[in-house]
Write a protein that binds this ligand. Sequence first.
Ligand code: GLV
Ligand code: MN
Ligand code: MN
Length: 412
Amino acid sequence: MRPDRPIDGLMAELQALAQISEAEPPVVTRVVFSEADRRARAYVKGLCAAAGLTVQEDPAGNTFARWQGTDPTLAPIGTGSHIDAIPNAGSYDGVVGVLGGLEAIRVLRQMGFAPRRSIELVIFTAEEPTRFGIGCLGSRMMAGVLSPEKAQALRDKEDRTLDELRAQAGFAGPLESVALPPGRFHKFIELHIEQGPELEREGIDLGLVTHIAAPASVKILIEGEGGHAGGKLMPGRKDALAAAAELILALESAAKSTGAIDTVGTVGVCEVFPGAVNSIPSRVRLETDIRDIDRQRRDGVIRSLFDACQEIALRRSIDFKADVVNSDPPAQCDEETLAVMEKAAAEAGKSSQRLVSRAYHDSLFVARIAPVAMLFIPCRGGVSHRPDEYASPGWIGSGVNVLARTLAVLAS
Ligand code: GLV
Ligand code: MN
Ligand code: MN
C-alpha cells in the first residue's frame, strides 16, 4: 500500500477553509455557530459529499461523514477533529484532523481499497471553549459526560442559550440523542498538530500519543467595592482587580511549586467592571485553565486556588465565588492502535515517537466510549492558538499517509 500521493488539493482546501474567518485572514477566528462556523461547516460538508460520503448531523451539530464498509453490521472506525477556532487563531488546529482525515479516506478510495468496517469522519461541535466557556462541547455530550440539562443551562456572553444558537445554525432535535453508546466506534483516531515543540526539535515526523492530559477550568467572580479613583483613598479600598492580581500570582505559584514540568495553570480571561481608568474596579471575572497528566496533582493546584481565594477574601474583605466548570480525568490511548500506527509509520519510512498530549482534544471524551489514539504532526516552533501557527505540506502529508495506512489496517 502506498497512500502517499501529492497533497496539493488538500493544501488548497486548508487555505480555502482558513479564509472563512470572523477576522481578517490570515487570522482565523471561527467561534461555534457564528456565521463563519456555519460557512465552514457547509464547505467541509460539500467536500465530504463530493468524496462520496454520506453526511449526517446530530442535534448538537456533530457531523458524521461515512464511507460504508462491506460489512455494515460492524462498528465503524472513526477519525476526525474540529473546525472551530479560538479568537486570533491559526489555520491548522483541528482542521488538519478533519481535512487530513477526509484526504486519508479519499486516498484509500482512489486506491480501490474496500473497507470491511465503515470509516466515519467526525467533525465535532465546539472543541474550543470560546462561546460557552467549556471545551469539547460536542464530544463531551457525545460521551454522555455533559447531560442535556447541563448543556441547556449554558449561556454565552450575550446570554444566548445553546438551544437558541443551535436552532439558528439549523440544528434541531432532542439533545438526549447526542450521547452515543460505548461500542459505537470500534476505534477512533485523531490526527492533530502537536501544539508543542518536541517533534520539530527532535526532527521526528510523527508523534504517537499515549496519554491526554487532564484539563480543568475554574471560573472566579470577585466582588469588591468601586468608587472614585481620586476621591477614595488607599486605606480601606476593596479593589477587585488588585485582589484578582494576587490570585493570578497564587495560581502561577501553585502550578510551579508542584515540582512537575507537566503542571500548568493559566488565567486566560480577566474582565474588569466597570473598566474605566478613573474608577476602582468593583467586579472582576476570571477564567482559569489548569492541567496536568496526573489528576491528583492537578486537583492539588485547584485546592490551592480555592485556599488562595479564601485567604485573599478574608484579608481584603472582598467576596470570591469560584465555580469548577470542568475537571476531567486524563485519557489513556489504545495500545493496539498505537502498535498499528507505529508499524504504519515504519512502513511509510517515517520516524515516530511516543509522547503525551498536553492540549486536550475531542479524543479525551471519545475515549469514554471507544478506544482512541492520536497521531501528531510537528508544528513550527510548537506555536499554536496564534495566527502564525504553521505545519508544512511535508508534515501534513506524512500524517495523512500514516493515518490512511492505519485506517486501512483497522477497517480490514
Ligand atoms: C484545546 O484547544 C486546548 O486548549 O487544549
Ligand atoms: Mn485549540
Ligand atoms: Mn485542536
